[in-house]
Design a binder for this molecule. Sequence first.
Ligand code: BGC
Length: 423
Amino acid sequence: MSNYYFPKGFLWGTASSSYQTEGNNQNSDWYIEEQLDGMKPGPERRLNGPCGIACDHWNRYREDYDCAEELGVNIHRTSIEWSRIFIEEDQTDKTALEHYKQMLMNLNARGIKVMLCLHHFTIPRWVYEKGGLENRNYILEHFKRYAQLIVRELGEFVDYWLPVNEPNIIAINGYFSGLFPPYRKKPLQYFKVLKTILQMHLAAYDIIKNDYPERPVGVSFAFLHFQPFNHKNPIDRISTKITDRLMNLILLEGINGGRFHFFHRKHMNLRGGKQKLDFMGVNYYSTRYIKGMHPIKSKSGDIVTDMGWIHYPKGLEDVLQYLHRNFSIPIMITENGVPTGNESERIKYIHEHLRVIAQAIENGVDIRGYMHWSLTDNFEWDMGYSMRFGLVHIDYKTQQRTIKEGGRWLAKIIRENSIALDP
Ligand code: BGC
């Protein structure tokens, strides 16, 4: 059996987000929508229950970081809840800021590097009430103030920055498929919102670089991999290309070169948008088939996760090759993981994806780290608590944490900095 050894200094990490784990975030758009949703009769509900106290990470972060330390990670990706810091447009909560400082310092003290995200899907209630991402000038102005405050107060504890998580998913789920607040299905709004998010990234980039020019700033991008349902069908092939452009490429090119265009016709030129990205964060889970104009999750014979997504490590290979060809910046895997209650499946999934990463590094792709989604089980947005992505199991009744078999398996890989290349 041959083994692959990852480069010295390879970053091994876990990822999580504030809203999904902290609990009691009552000042955000999601909280408002969850309350309204709960009042609707069963069939009309869109969400799988409210977030509630989630993993109570706000109070139990030390226990979670004990687990991270036990797993042996050298980096942890987390986020700040904007709505906890700015409780009103002009009112900040100093206690919450201090609390975040303690959390980050706790990671620092354990020798675990911090990758900090400023915006992971949720926005404060008062921004939501003013139109949220559709009110471009307003959200930009206030996002900048928030970014300035966090950089000033917490910047010294942060090693890597992510201004926004998954710009494409925010826009797709909020404005195209209507799965996330504000539940719109308006393609034109989708483009408008994409541009707003891009501008939020660019503005925060400048703010961070102004104080910390050496700290890398990236984006964690949801690489939605698509393939024709039937490779021989020209309609499936063409709509796969269109979907890819619509959901991935326009934004990727915008972030990379500052130009936002569809099918090579320039729509907008974002001034100063050039090279405001020090690394590309890859969030990769699965692929989707495109049949006619419709996405299809799986075919018979596919191995399917609890979410209905298929195991498709080849998609990650394609993404890494695309980035290698088109981007000349380092890559970090900022999310990869599997919702399952079956630990053999988790181990198989992680192993297959790590093998792809190992092979890509061997082929010259500059990949600096792997952050597994997620450290603990947590609130999976519209799916509620039904999905278990964690390396650490959470008993939601007792809040007890237990490292899963998959977690122990990954801990060994991390310790040895190496994986078996054979299945
Ligand atoms: C998001 C996470 C989410 C994960 C699994 C990503 O889209 O950043 O918040 O839990 O995928 O669905």
